[in-house]
Design a protein around this ligand. Structure first.
Ligand code: SAH
Length: 262
């Protein structure tokens, strides 16, 4: 069978085809420029957003933390560095640099910045120290401790909170903070003993596993009291011989320490 004669396109004039090519390139160029400048504008907006948030963070530290008696340099530097707005739900981002707790889901809260700074100063975190935190929540207190160079082990009883805090801390580069889903009443025997322990949920008593996991010369700060009644932040110090001494620091209002994994 004979193949049909090839239909040949009429040869386009050189000029016409050049114009088409140029038109295409010009269009593609315009699209590229539009996309690039859109991305650049978004990046510029992000940068100015970040600058504005940083300015608000520094102002918050001056007004509510430095001028309220927090003096430890490592603590102040950490509070000026850690981006609290990354640890609060998007709906509350505007309030990230106000000095109050905010909801983080599951009936839990990220603590008030002043209290985070106060507890941080009490345990005097330094590079290489091993610190246990009970009550990871958003991961903010863990990030503040880790940003001083301390190694932080933090336990959270809600699986969903533990997972989101782990993901958030990794994304923000806090490689010195390790998150575990578990009941902090038992501490973290595999990583014990600790130079310091920070408990961020209120307990009716000082859990004995936690004092056991504290090193000689170690310090623990823990809110103790009734669930909806009076609570005191307590400093527990273990001396070189292992004897314990407790001291009331200040009245506080923390969410209760729970038991039973969720
Ligand atoms: N430190 C947190 C705030 C914590 S709020 C932050 O910076 O965001 C107290 C947290 O303790 C809550 O997330 C709560 O779920 C958790 N929690 C309560 N009981 C616990 C327990 N027994 N073990 C571990 N976490 C507990």
């Amino acid at each position: 069978m004979k193949s049909p004669p090839q239909v040949r396109k009429p040869p386009a004039s050189k000029l016409a085809s050049r114009l088409r090519r140029q038109g295409f390139h010009a269009l593609r160029g315009t699209l590229t420029i539009a996309l690039l400048s859109g991305a650049a504008a978004a990046q510029r907006a992000d940068e100015s957003d970040e600058r504005a948030l940083r300015a608000r963070r520094l102002a918050m530290v001056e007004r509510h933390i430095a001028s309220e008696g927090i003096e430890d340099t490592a603590t102040l530097t950490a509070m000026r560095t850690v981006p609290r707005h990354e640890f609060v739900p998007t709906a509350f981002r505007d309030e990230a640099y106000e000095n109050h707790p905010l909801p983080i889901g599951h009936g839990q809260t990220i603590s008030q910045p002043y209290i985070v700074a106060y507890m941080t100063e009490i345990v005097r975190p330094r590079p290489g120290m091993r610190i246990l935190e009970v009550g990871t929540g958003s991961g903010y207190q863990a990030a503040v401790l880790a940003s001083t160079g301390a190694e932080v082990y933090t336990i959270e009883i809600f699986r969903a909170l533990a997972e989101s805090a782990r993901e958030r801390l990794a994304r923000l580069g806090y490689t010195r903070a390790t998150v575990r889903h578990g009941d902090g009443n038992h501490g973290w025997a595999d990583e014990a003993p600790f130079d310091a322990i920070v408990v961020t949920a209120a307990s009716s008593h000082i859990p004995p596993a936690l004092t056991r996991q504290l090193k000689p010369n170690g310090r623990m700060v823990i809110p103790v009291g009734s669930v909806y009644g009076a609570q005191y932040l307590i400093l527990v110090e273990k001396n070189a011989k292992g004897a314990l001494r407790t001291r009331n620091l200040l009245p506080v209002a923390f969410v209760p320490m729970l038991s039973g994994l969720r």
